[in-house]
Design a protein around this ligand. Structure first.
Ligand code: ATP
Ligand code: MG
Length: 403
């Protein structure tokens, strides 16, 4: 006997008050998208749980996909049987098969939504428990803190059983917090910042600054490949390539060496803010971690941040490099990130940027630049790619009838 559906439980979602239906529907949409390679699976959402009815699709395959869908706290493969004692006993025995081992303890926990069923919960617990104990004589029944529990729910249309509780990724459904612009370089940090932003419900668009011919097509492709890795946790990602050569050449021409890095960052931020408004996004995210490099001291952050008052989220601000690397490995971006392609900052930034830039000085030096013109031309010249969209276009019809 095999599970025919996966039950999905929400975490923090349940605290979302009257928005809860929007959240759950969004989660259901995200689940459907994540299961695009399992077209027979149907998603049924309810206020307290969502069920994925497998219709023959692989349980393992579906669970592997669900592990990437933010907003899922835990999940359980569920067996559904007709309302007879024999059927429910058999189902309990087959669920226990995976979990049983000599000396392990268990109990049965029955709930009845259908009070007309011939047996009450006490009777059901007793009968199912002894059927399982008979099938696996080395198991012991234990009421307090058993090693596993077989949950039995008697409902109008059948009896549902589950025993395994599998951890989901937690977080909030991607899109529930709105849209944000991720400043995505080719490094280790910014993809991790993107992943963590998505975990809290932000739908990301990636902004990447490229300075051809100083930066190579491979560096650009690397950033796109990193964005593609992140599509696993959401839907398609818009990849916005910003032409940055003119700005960088101008900075190099007029700004004293120690301040090149600060001004470069300020220009990136101005351009990203302009794109943020254009794309109707609400925030900017980057991969800065306090103290990691010269541009990430508090003095630097202050001087750079001064060009904007929109929210800048820094999900990595308090993390050590080793912690960031660990996540990069988990989300499979690390190997890509360490490929050695120079990005725009490394090429133009002198070896010793100022770690404590003075805002007055920065503004004085920048007066020699046509800031507005540079921002406008960069924004006008962007190229937008839809990473992962090919799959969506193909599958969109198949989704329509699923809810
Ligand atoms: P990363 O590993 O993400 O490149 P880093 O430690 O190398 O980060 P910096 O190069 O100082 O740090 O960059 C800090 C942040 O600025 C990056 O995390 C990223 O968000 C943004 N950034 C840097 N270069 C670019 C770029 N070419 N395009 C877009 N964003 C960038
Ligand atoms: Mg970098």
């Amino acid at each position: 006997m095999k599970p025919s559906q996966i039950m999905v439980r929400y975490g923090e979602l349940s605290t979302k008050g009257k928005n809860i239906n929007d959240f759950i529907q969004l989660l259901a949409q995200n689940i459907k998208y994540a299961l695009k390679d399992y077209p027979k699976a149907k998603v049924q959402w309810h206020r307290d749980r969502t069920y994925i009815v497998l219709h023959g699709e692989s349980e393992e395959g579906v669970i592997a996909q669900l592990k990437n869908v933010f907003g899922i706290q835990t999940m359980s493969p569920v067996i559904q049987v007709e309302k007879t004692l024999e059927a429910v006993e058999q189902a309990a025995i087959s669920l226990a098969e995976k979990l049983q081992a000599p000396g392990k303890s268990f109990k049965i926990n029955t709930r009845r939504a259908d009070h007309d069923f011939a047996y009450d919960t006490i009777e059901l617990n007793r009968r199912i428990g002894s059927a399982v104990a008979q099938a696996y004589p080395e198991l012991v029944v234990k009421m307090n803190e058993p090693d596993f529990v077989i949950f039995v729910e008697v409902r109008d249309n059948g009896i549902y059983l589950y025993a395994e509780i599998i951890q989901g990724p937690g977080g909030m459904p991607v899109g529930s917090a709105g849209r944000g612009m991720l400043m995505l370089s080719g490094g280790i940090d910014s993809p991790v910042a993107g992943y963590l932003s998505m975990k809290r419900g932000i739908e990301i668009e990636a902004v990447h600054f490229a300075s051809p011919p100083y930066t190579s097509p491979q560096a650009l492709q690397k950033a796109k490949d990193l964005a593609a890795k992140l599509t696993k946790y959401g839907r398609e990602i818009k990849f916005i390539e910003v032409p940055f050569t003119e700005t960088q050449e101008e900075i190099k021409r007029v700004i004293p060496e120690g301040y090149i890095m600060t001004v470069t960052r300020r220009m990136m931020l101005r351009i990203t803010e302009s794109l943020m408004h254009q794309r109707k996004a609400l925030a900017i995210m980057n991969g800065e971690s306090l103290g990691q490099v010269a541009s990430q001291t508090l003095e630097s952050m202050r001087a750079i941040n001064a060009v904007t008052c929109v929210p800048i989220l820094r999900p990595l601000v308090a993390m050590d490099k080793t912690e960031i690397v660990k996540i990069a490995e988990e989300i499979d971006t690390f190997e890509l990130s360490i490929q050695p392609f120079e990005d725009c900052c490394t090429i133009f930034t002198p070896p010793r940027p100022k770690t404590k830039p003075h805002l007055d000085d920065v503004e004085k030096f920048e007066a020699a630049m046509d800031i507005d013109g540079l921002v406008k031309r960069a924004v006008a010249g962007v190229k937008i790619d839809n990473i992962g969209l090919e799959d969506v276009a193909k599958e969109i019809d198949a989704f329509e009838d699923l809810l």
